[in-house]
Ligand binder design. Structure first.
Ligand code: NAP
Ligand code: ZN
Length: 349
């Protein structure tokens, strides 16, 4: 079936209306009418070919929420009308050690929601800037938030899980001092989640204008990272730092803020590498630099349920489809509090 979508024909071209083909639901598939889709900075990296291997036309979007429109014969856990979400992955091999442990995000056969190979036309996956998507039931998440929060739930599907997973893996909680670097889509969720887990949360921003806001998001303290004195006041004090910055920068500035055995987890994925950190900053206090990629399906469901129980949603600005290109420019300037979400009902107009 043909559906309305928004995508780009080349890395240096704006996104524009297009029509794409969706498969008829198979026995294990869930067909979803997409209500809203968040705009992740990864969408911009991919559609502008800042990362390698973009296939065009490219339809981004992996913060998808909507209602079930149809289910295949063998689908028992979802029914028509259910509120559901789809995040960054729509398939995986289903039999490796990673899949067996529910860490499908680390499966070598992981299929991302856009720009990954698929038997469906045109040969690569197309994301959530579209009216509908058809996904194997294993990769569909249940949404337990009230329906009126649906648009603000969309960003949980990537920004939420990408910060939740490292916070859980490195045991953010009471008695732990946790830093969140970069207050964008990911960072603002990281602040809310770390706070809800009971950690002492310090937000790092390059934007003086976010100093007050970060406190209202739930940070206990805010540091403007361009200010050396403010940074020095936190030397050797963090258990964990989650770094969401979408551009290369000096990691040493944050490494020296970790206490002995502390970890800085990189989740930001800039198109060009960070300058190499000074190895002595790791050796001297047995510090680690780590990485983390989104989360598996069971953990994504756990995160959604945790957010529903704790009343956590994203701070969003709802936009029409024809505002996507302008939204990308504003995201690059950091001019967003804190996630753009597309009203998918505007795609076909
Ligand atoms: P975003 O909304 O644009 O936020 C990034 C934030 O980084 C900015 O708001 C800004 O916060 C800070 N920043 C500081 N210097 C910057 C600079 N020169 N350029 C851009 N940002 C700068 O992006 P996002 O959607 O949160 O994504 C952040 C990064 O994570 C992207 O690289 C994205 O591709 C990546 N990502 C990774 C995963 C994963 O699985 N690891 C998943 C999703 C996204 P301040 O104003 O507070 O300084
Ligand atoms: Zn994302």
């Amino acid at each position: 079936m043909l559906v309305h979508a928004y995508g780009a024909h080349a890395g240096d071209k704006p996104l524009e209306p297009l029509q794409i083909q969706r498969r008829a639901p198979g026995a294990h598939d869930v067909q979803i009418d997409i209500a809203y889709c968040g705009i992740c900075h990864s969408d911009l990296h991919q559609v502008r070919a800042e990362w390698e291997g973009t296939q065009f036309p490219c339809v981004p979007g992996h913060e998808i929420v909507g209602r079930v429109a149809a289910v295949g014969n063998h689908v028992s856990s979802f029914k028509v009308g259910d509120l559901v979400g789809v995040g960054c992955l729509v398939d995986s091999c289903k039999h490796c050690a990673d899949c067996d442990e529910g860490l499908e995000n680390y499966c070598d056969g992981m299929i991302g929601t856009y720009n990954f190979p698929t038997p469906d036309a045109p040969g690569w996956t197309m994301g959530g800037y579209s009216e509908q998507i058809v996904v194997h039931e294993r990769y569909v998440l249940r949404i337990r938030h009230p329906a009126q929060d649906l648009a603000a739930v969309a960003p949980l599907l990537c920004a939420g899980i990408t910060t939740y997973s490292p916070l859980r893996h490195w045991h953010a909680g009471p008695g732990k001092k946790v830093g969140i670097v970069g207050i964008g889509g990911l960072g603002h969720m990281g602040i809310k989640l770390a706070r809800a887990m009971g950690a002492h949360v310090v937000a790092f921003t390059t934007s003086e204008s976010k100093r007050i806001d970060a406190l209202s998001l739930g940070a206990d303290e805010v540091v403007v990272s361009r200010n050396a004195d403010e940074m020095a006041a936190h030397a050797k004090s963090f258990d964990l730092i989650v770094n969401t910055v979408a551009a290369p920068h000096r990691l040493d500035d944050f490494l020296v803020l970790l206490k002995r055995d502390g970890t800085m987890t990189l989740v930001g994925a800039p198109a060009t590498p960070h300058p190499s950190p000074n190895v002595f900053n790791q050796i001297m206090k047995r510090r680690s630099i780590a990485g983390s990629m989104i989360g598996g399906i069971p953990e994504t469901q756990e995160m959604l349920d945790f957010c529903a129980e704790n009343g956590i949603i994203a701070d969003i600005e709802l936009i029409r489809a024809d505002e996507i290109n302008a939204a990308y420019e504003r995201m690059l300037k950091g001019d967003i509090k804190y996630r753009f979400v597309i009203d998918n009902a505007t795609l076909g107009r």
